[in-house]
Design a protein around this ligand. Structure first.
Ligand SMILES: NC(=O)c1ccc[n+]([C@@H]2O[C@H](COP(=O)([O-])OP(=O)(O)OC[C@H]3O[C@@H](n4cnc5c(N)ncnc54)[C@H](OP(=O)(O)O)[C@@H]3O)[C@@H](O)[C@H]2O)c1
Length: 299
């Protein structure tokens, strides 16, 4: 079968013939989600680097024994025609959902939902600032926070992206340079770097910032003294480790999210699809920072 192989850090993603995967749960991949973590692995800066050569892709949607499924593959290998998945992390794709939407769902929505529900526990009186609101995690966070009745302000780097964040449900969408006067209860931050640091003063007393990712650069440690003085919290979230340590909680959340999707309360945003042979193009689009929503490969 064919798969996309990364042979060296920073190198090309080449479509190659590789051995068939073995095991009882081999999915015929119809769509593979490209996650920002894949970009970081390719750049060689992901905290848990795999050994190379490596087939990227932790999230797929396809056919398994006549069923349409979406699945997370902890061993990666998703940028391929077939991949072995863990039955524990395999779920039924809602009727009428496309394979591309299925490959866009689990990582983004779990990453938005679990902290909003189980860590910062937002309510309909909360004001939530969602950074990178047109991105995969960002658009999911907007949809979930709006569904829970919160007021949502999103940031994004261009007018086009801010329009996408508003379409996802944000009450307002602004540039990163416009956040300074805001006062919010929760910040959802997939960006990190300077945006994380500049977001701390936007927190109301008892407010929290959820540190999710570092697409815009690594975090600077906040001052604990400052956090104590402001009654503010920094909350960390890392889905991969939670899947290992609290699998039942994560699976319950996945089922809750799939039910919300089936009821039409949330709807994944597929921004672009690429053929499997053009994984380089898919990565280039994300690296150029011009994508919105989720980018998907289709074998
Ligand atoms: N903690 C976890 O368990 C977990 C799980 C999933 C994802 N993540 C992380 O969450 C972040 C978002 O993931 P995603 O897959 O949904 O990606 P994404 O949002 O589709 O892409 C990253 C976003 O970051 C923004 N950004 C800000 N500064 C950037 C920069 N210097 N370079 C590139 N992008 C920049 C871009 O939006 P603008 O152009 O509007 O700024 C872009 O939309 C990533 O950092 C990812 O690693 C973490």
């Amino acid at each position: 079968m064919r798969a996309v192989v990364l042979r060296e850090v920073g190198g090309p993603l080449s479509l190659e013939d590789v051995p068939e995967p073995e095991g009882d749960s081999v999915v015929d991949v119809r769509a593979a989600g490209v996650n920002f973590a894949d970009i970081l692995v390719r750049r060689g800066i992901y905290p848990q680097m795999p050994e190379l050569p490596h087939v990227l892709g932790n999230e797929v949607c396809g056919d398994l024994d006549g069923r349409r499924v979406l699945a997370l593959s902890r061993a990666a290998g998703g940028y391929a025609e077939r991949v072995e998945v863990d039955p524990e992390w395999t779920f039924a794709l809602p009727e009428n959902a496309s394979y591309a939407a299925g490959a866009s769902f689990l990582t983004t929505y779990l990453t938005a939902y679990i902290p909003l529900i189980h860590q910062v526990r937002i309510s309909d009186t909360s004001t939530v600032l969602v950074h990178a609101g047109s991105g995969g995690v960002g658009a999911a966070a907007i949809q979930i926070a709006k569904h829970l009745g919160a007021t949502v302000i999103a940031t994004a780097s261009s007018d086009e992206k801010r329009a996408v964040a508003r379409e996802a449900g944000a009450d307002d969408a602004i540039g990163y340079d416009e956040i300074d006067g805001l006062r919010v209860d929760v910040v959802m931050d997939p960006v990190g770097g300077d945006v994380f640091t500049r977001s701390l003063p936007t927190l109301n007393p008892l407010g929290s910032i959820v540190a999710i990712g570092f697409a815009g650069g690594l975090w600077q440690d906040p001052s604990v003294q400052w956090l104590v003085g402001r009654n503010a919290a920094v909350v960390g979230f890392y889905l991969g480790r939670l899947m290992k340590l609290r699998p039942a909680l994560v699976k319950d959340c996945a089922e809750e999210l799939l039910a919300m999707w089936a009821r039409g309360e949330i709807d994944p945003l597929v921004g672009a699809t690429f053929p499997l042979g053009d994984a380089d193009g898919a990565h280039a689009l994300i690296e150029s920072r011009k994508h919105v929503g989720k980018v998907v490969l289709e074998p």
